[in-house]
Design a protein around this ligand. Structure first.
Ligand code: AGP
Length: 610
C-alpha cells in the first residue's frame, strides 16, 4: 500500500507533492521520491526512509518544474533502498512512473525487455512499467501508457510524466489500488487518497477501474483504457484530515478489517495459478528435494501470529504429513528445543521486529536450522535475518490489533502447506487444483462476511456490559477461538478465554451462566455435531451462545441465541472467513465500551522488548 501524488499547473510541483506525500505517510514510509519535468528534462530524486529524509536531500537544491509526481513506498518487491524507491525511469530517463499495487507478470515482462536491451536499475516490479511505456513512446505518452497497460497483469494505480510531454500527467487505475483526481483553477492533482489533496482542493473525482486520466492545467480528459471517452464530474469532499486518512472509516482497525479481501488477494497473487492449480513460492529459497528431506517444521511466533502458526500446524501436518511444532516465541529457547539442519523453522510476524520472535529465529539458526520467515514488512529485521522470507502483502497495518495481517498469514501458511505437500508427494493434483480454486474465491467471500458488519455490531451490544466471555472451537477453529478471545481482550478490555471446545467439560463450563457470552465457532464440517452438543450443554446452563456458523445451516438457529453466518468454503480455508466475525465482534464491542480501538491501553503495535 504506497502513496502517490501528482501535480500539473502553475505552482512549483514540489510545493504540492511533498506536503501531499507527508499526508500519505500512513500508507507506507520505506522510501520516498519525486520527479519533476521542466525545460525538456526530468529531475528525479529519491531516498530510503521517511519523507523527511527526501526533504533533507532536496532542501538545498529542490527539483524545479510545474509538472511532477511523487511516491512514498510500502515495499512489496525489492527491499527498501534508493534504487528501489519510486519514481522509476526508462532507459533514457525520458519518462518517470510511480505505482501502487502489484504487477503479477513483472518477471516475464522484465525478461522480455532485458532481451530487448532495456537496462534495469532496480529489483522492483514497478520498473517494468517505465520500460513498457518507453517501448511505445513513439505513439505519444497517452497512447504509450494505454498500450503498456494492456500488457500488465495485476492490480495497480500508476502516474506517469515525460520530459517531452510538458503539462501532461497520465494516471491509470486497474483493480483495488485507489486513485483520486483533484480539480483546481488552472491546475490538476492526482493522489492515492484524499488526504494528500485536502490542502489544495476538495473537488475530487475517484478514478474507476480501467480508466485513464489525462491531466493538464486546463483540466481532465477521462477515457477507458480502450479509448472510450468517459464523462463524470467531481464531488466535494467534506472530510477533515484524520477522517480522510482512514478513508472515511472511524478507525484504522475497521478500515483494515475491510481491506482483507485486497490483502488476501495480494498475498496470493503470483503464487497461485487457478487455471493450472499451481502453487509457487519462489521466495522460500528451498528446492523440492530440500523440502522432501525435512524431518520437522517448527513455527515460532507471538500473539495473533502464534494463532496463525497453530492453524499452520493443522494444515502442514494434514497436507504434507510433516510433523510440526508450534512454539510461543518467548518460550522457544527455554525448552532447549531439539532443532537441527533437517528442521525448517518458520517465524511468523506482522512487524518483523518482535523481540521474542527474533530471539527464537537466532536460537534456531544457532542450532543449524534452515529458517523461512512469514512477514508483512519488507526489509524488517526478521526478513533480513531469516534465510528466506515469504511476505504477506497486507499493506501497512496501523491498528494495534492485527486483523488483515492475520488473514494474510493464514493464506501464507496455507500456501506453504500446499507447497510442502506437493514437494513431499503427499497431495494429488486434483486436491491442489480444488484448493487453489477455493483460495481464489476467498476475497469475494470475505466481502460477503464484511457486509454483515452492522448486524454484528448489534450482536456485540450483548458483550458491551459483560466482564467475561468464552470462545470455543474445534480443530482448525480452536486457534480461531484463541484469536477471537485475544481480539476481544485487547480491544474492549473484557476478559475472554479461547478454549478447545472439547475441554469445556474439563473446567470452563463452571464459568457458564446467563452473564457470560459464549462464542461457539461451529461451521459445517468434521466437528460440527460435537460443537452442536457443546452449544446444548451451554444452553442447559443458561449460557448465552453466539454461534459463527455456515450460511444456510438452519439447525444451529434452533440451538444458539444468535447466529452469525459465514459462507461455506473448503474446511481447510474456513478459518480465513471465520476470523472476520470475531474481529468485528471485538471491534464493535470496543467501540460500544468507548475504548481506543486503534491504540488500546498498555499495548504497542510492535513488541520490540522481551
Ligand atoms: C495482535 O492483535 C496483537 N497486537 C499482538 O498479539 C501481535 O500479534 C503480537 O505482538 C505479534 O506481533 P508480530 O506479528 O508483529 O510479531
Amino acid at each position: 500500500m504506497c502513496g502517490i501524488v501528482g501535480y500539473v499547473g502553475h505552482r512549483d510541483a514540489m510545493s504540492v507533492i511533498l506536503p501531499g506525500l507527508r499526508r500519505l505517510e500512513y500508507r507506507g514510509y520505506d522510501s520516498a521520491g519525486i520527479a519533476t519535468a521542466s525545460d525538456g528534462c526530468l529531475d528525479v530524486r529519491k531516498k530510503t526512509g521517511k519523507i523527511a529524509a527526501l526533504e533533507m536531500a532536496v532542501a538545498g537544491d529542490p527539483p524545479r518544474g510545474t509538472l511532477g509526481i511523487g511516491h512514498t513506498r510500502w515495499a512489496t518487491h525489492g527491499r527498501p533502498s534508493d534504487a528501489n524507491a519510486h519514481p522509476h525511469i526508462d532507459c533514457l530517463a525520458g519518462l518517470a512512473v510511480v505505482h501502487n499495487g502489484i504487477i503479477e507478470n513483472y518477471r516475464d515482462l522484465r525478461k522480455t525487455m532485458a532481451a530487448e536491451q532495456h537496462r534495469f536499475r532496480s529489483q522492483t516490479d514497478t520498473e517494468v512499467i517505465a520500460h513498457l511505456i518507453e517501448r511505445h513512446q513513439a505513439d505519444g505518452l497517452v497512447s504509450a501508457v494505454s498500450r503498456a497497460a494492456r500488457e500488465l497483469e495485476g492490480a495497480y494505480a500508476i502516474a506517469c510524466i515525460a520530459a517531452d510531454a510538458p503539462n501532461t500527467l497520465v494516471a491509470l487505475r486497474r483493480g483495488s489500488s485507489p486513485l483520486v483526481i483533484g480539480f483546481g483553477q488552472g491546475e490538476m492533482f492526482v493522489a492515492s487518497d484524499v488526504p494528500a489533496l485536502l490542502g489544495c482542493t476538495r473537488e475530487i473525482l475517484v478514478l474507476e477501474e480501467n480508466e485513464i486520466a489525462i491531466l493538464t492545467p486546463e483540466g481532465l480528459t477521462l477515457r477507458s483504457v480502450d479509448g472510450v471517452p468517459v464523462r463524470r464530474h467531481p464531488t466535494t469532499v467534506r472530510w477533515d484530515q484524520e477522517a480522510a486518512e482512514k478513508s472515511g472509516y472511524p478507525h484504522f482497525m475497521l478500515k483494515e478489517i475491510f481491506e482483507q479481501p485486497e490483502a488476501v488477494r495480494n498475498t496470493m497473487c503470483e503464487r497461485v495459478d487457478p487455471q493450472e492449480g499451481h502453487v509457487q513460492i519462489p521466495e522460500l529459497g528451498l528446492k523440492d528435494r530440500d523440502l522432501a528431506g525435512l524431518s520437522r517444521l517448527c513455527f515460532v511466533a507471538c500473539g495473533t501470529s502464534w494463532h496463525a502458526a497453530l492453524v499452520g500446524k493443522y494444515l502442514v501436518e494434514a497436507f504434507a504429513r510433516l510433523p510440526v511444532d508450534v512454539d510461543v516465541a518467548s518460550e522457544f529457547r527455554y525448552r532447549r528445543p531439539v532443532v537441527d539442519s533437517r528442521v525448517l523453522t518458520v517465524p511468523i510476524s506482522q512487524s518483523g521486529e518482535t523481540a521474542d520472535t527474533l530471539a527464537a529465529l537466532r536460537e534456531a539458526k544457532d542450532h543449524g536450522s534452515r529458517t523461512v520467515a512469514i512477514c508483512n514488512v519488507v526489509g524488517s529485521s526478521l526478513a533480513r535475518e531469516a534465510d528466506g522470507v515469504v511476505y504477506t502483502r497486507a499493506g501497512i497495518e496501523i491498528g494495534v490489533a492485527s486483523t488483515k495481517a492475520f488473514t494474510a498469514q493464514l493464506i501464507a501458511v496455507t500456501l506453504m502447506a500446499l507447497k510442502l505437500g506437493l514437494a513431499r508427494n503427499m497431495m494429488d493434483t486434483m486436491f491442489v487444483r480444488q484448493t487453489v480454486k477455493a483460495l481464489c474465491e476467498l476475497p469475494d467471500l470475505l466481502s460477503v462476511v464484511l457486509d454483515q458488519s452492522d448486524a454484528i455490531r448489534r450482536v456485540a451490544a450483548r458483550f458491551a456490559d459483560c466482564d467475561h466471555a468464552l470462545y470455543l472451537g474445534r480443530g482448525l477453529n480452536f486457534p480461531l477461538a484463541l484469536e477471537g478471545a485475544l481480539k476481544l481482550k485487547e480491544i474492549s478490555y473484557i476478559h475472554a478465554e479461547g478454549y478447545p471446545a472439547g475441554e469445556m467439560k474439563h473446567g470452563p463450563i463452571a464459568l457458564v451462566d446467563s452473564r457470560m457470552p459464549v462464542v461457539a465457532i461451529a461451521p459445517r464440517g468434521e466437528t460440527y455435531h460435537k460443537m452442536a452438543s457443546n452449544i446444548e450443554e451451554i444452553k442447559a446452563r443458561d449460557g448465552m451462545v453466539i454461534a459463527v456458523a455456515t450460511a444456510g445451516d438452519e439447525e444451529i438457529h434452533a440451538k444458539a441465541d444468535v447466529v452469525i453466518s459465514v459462507p461455506a468454503t473448503l474446511e481447510w480455508l474456513q478459518p480465513v472467513l471465520n476470523a472476520v466475525p470475531l474481529q468485528l465482534l471485538a471491534y464493535h464491542a470496543g467501540v460500544l465500551r468507548g475504548c481506543d480501538v486503534d491504540q488500546p491501553r498498555n499495548l504497542a503495535k510492535s513488541v520490540t522488548v522481551e
